[in-house]
Design a protein around this ligand. Structure first.
Ligand SMILES: [Zn+2]
Length: 236
């Protein structure tokens, strides 16, 4: 029995490697999806910033045109100043000029404010663009790595399963079926080490007398709490 238990424990160790690799394989599509989602969000952010930027630019051009038209208007009024006959008319024109100038001042202020905003937005946009480029490259590399890992992992898992099956094949069918049943019920761990009187499967204490028996590895003993097969691997 000692030899059989040792073999079973070896099979279990390989089983754990299989579980770890299968878990990694299973999470690969999720990782890919997360990376695609991240890229999508970065692109959307960039696109939004571009739209705001373009709208502000449009607004600025509109204001600049307004300013030009108003300046022409002032020039026209100013030229009329020499043609007026009465002081009243003259004063009226001056008032008109003053009003137009004050409108222009306001428009100029608006243009300045817009320019400040676009300057800021441009910086944000450039940052977003750089970030997208950087993450895009990183994600591309990560995808290639994941793809290669997935491909090699299939092969490695296959090899590990063969190793495990070879080990199990020399054991009695009673023992292997016990192993398989427990494995199914106990998240893949059917055989577990015992350290300082504690089952490493469920971390419950083993009665001292039973623990002494376990350390001998002479017969099949199951944990009173989790039912796993106990094996004493002293140096692990
Ligand atoms: Zn246990």
């Amino acid at each position: 029995m000692e030899h059989e238990l040792g073999t079973l424990y070896e099979a279990q160790k390989i089983e754990l490697q299989i579980i770890e690799k299968e878990t990694r394989l299973q999470t690969a599509p999720k990782k890919l999806k997360e990376m695609d989602e991240e890229l999508k969000q970065l692109k959307e952010k960039l696109e939004k910033e571009k739209v705001v930027f373009e709208e502000l630019e449009k607004e600025r051009k509109k204001k600049e045109k307004e300013l030009e038209v108003d300046k022409d208007k002032i020039k026209k009024i100013e030229s009329k100043l020499y043609e007026v006959k009465t002081n009243k008319e003259y004063q009226a024109l001056l008032k008109e000029i003053e009003a137009a100038k004050s409108t222009n001042d306001k428009t100029e202020e608006d243009i300045l404010t817009i320019m400040e905003k676009t300057e800021e937005l441009k910086k944000d946009y450039e940052l977003s663009q750089a970030r997208l480029q950087k993450r895009g490259k990183e994600i591309e590399t990560e995808k290639v790595r994941l793809d290669a890992e997935t491909k090699s992992m299939d092969k490695i898992i296959g090899e590990l399963k063969t190793q495990r099956d070879n080990l199990l094949s020399v054991l009695s069918s009673e023992l292997t079926s016990k192993y398989n049943t427990l494995k199914g019920k106990r998240s893949g761990i059917a055989v577990t080490n015992v350290k300082n009187g504690v089952c490493m499967g469920c971390f419950m204490n083993i009665p001292p007398q039973l623990f002494i028996e376990v350390t001998k590895n002479k017969k099949l003993i199951q944990c009173p709490s989790c039912n796993r097969i106990l094996y004493f691997a002293e140096n692990e």
